[in-house]
Ligand binder design. Structure first.
Ligand SMILES: Nc1ncnc2c1ncn2[C@@H]1O[C@H](COP(=O)(O)OP(=O)(O)OP(=O)(O)O)[C@@H](O)[C@H]1O
Ligand SMILES: [Mg+2]
Length: 254
């Protein structure tokens, strides 16, 4: 694995909230088409790092590289052009719209960022293109059969799939998912892992997850955060056996 040409890499990330050091000298690297897990106990700093990678928080210091090139940490409006997409903790579909409409709403960003021209006064041609991309995204999460259902009639696991479809519509090279398996049962978690593995054929994936077991099978590399610091990284076996990781998880009963 080449360090310098990683799809995404950060180094020395520091973020404080008032007196609280939420991230301390954090590094992370996601290879092309790699599925990387970011795990750690409650309050470890996972969401803070995730937010820094997708522009919701600006770090106090740190370096950000895309495909080996250093640049500023992204702003949210730059994500589509940078090939980054994310879902957030909590789903947030519009209940009274259809599944397809929900995904198409996600595609509005494409228009404003120039991937699809003349967004706001949308022409029939734009509309058709957004619809086509949205249907493709639904196909990729095996939810094409749900396209015309009202979102508020979906099961909880199906809403999770649709939320991912909404992120896929910009055709990202890096997909970031905050707790995609949160609230799912064992069978749906397995299904989600399979979906993520399939997606990694065409993109890199970063998974934020509280529970280690959920990501063990799907991630080729894990980073473990505890109190804002990376206390271990490596493949599932290495991380699982690491004494500092065991202590961190035992310490919180997670
Ligand atoms: N906006 C904020 N203002 C102040 N403190 C914050 C803010 N966001 C996070 N924190 C604090 O920073 C630390 C890291 O929080 P973060 O949400 O990143 O943890 P996490 O690993 O995502 O936890 P969880 O597993 O519960 O989602 C915590 O102590 C949290 O209370
Ligand atoms: Mg979190």
């Amino acid at each position: 694995m080449s360090t310098n040409n990683a799809a995404l890499r950060v180094e020395g990330v520091n973020i404080s909230f008032g007196g609280l050091r939420a991230l301390n000298d954090v590094y992370l690297e996601i290879g092309t088409n790699e599925v990387v897990g970011l795990i750690g106990p409650n309050g470890a700093g996972k969401t803070t790092l995730f937010n820094a990678l997708c522009g919701l928080v600006q770090p106090d210091s740190g370096k950000f590289f895309l495909n080996g090139g250093e640049q500023n940490f992204p702003q949210t409006h730059q994500l589509v052009d940078l090939g980054i997409a994310r879902t957030l903790q909590g789903v947030g579909l519009f209940g009274d719209l259809t599944v397809l409409e929900n995904v198409m709403v996600g595609a509005q960003h494409l228009a404003t960022s120039g991937l699809i021209s003349a967004a706001l006064g949308r022409s029939a041609k734009d509309e058709k293109e957004i619809r086509r991309k949205s249907l493709t995204a639904l196909e990729r999460v095996y939810a094409i059969g749900l396209a015309n259902r009202r979102a508020d009639t979906l099961s909880y696991p199906d809403t999770k799939r649709v939320a991912i479809a909404r992120a896929l519509v910009s055709e990202p090279k890096i997909l970031m998912l905050d707790e995609p398996a949160g609230g799912l049962g064992a069978q749906d978690i397995e299904w989600m892992n399979l979906l993520i593995r399939n997606l990694s054929a065409t993109m890199s994936v970063l998974l934020v997850e509280h529970h280690m077991d959920v990501v063990m099978s799907v991630c080729s590399k894990l980073y473990v955060l505890n109190f804002g610091e990376v206390i271990a990284s490596g493949n599932a076996e290495t991380v699982r056996r690491d004494p500092a990781v065991m202590a961190a998880y035992l310490g919180t009963g997670a």
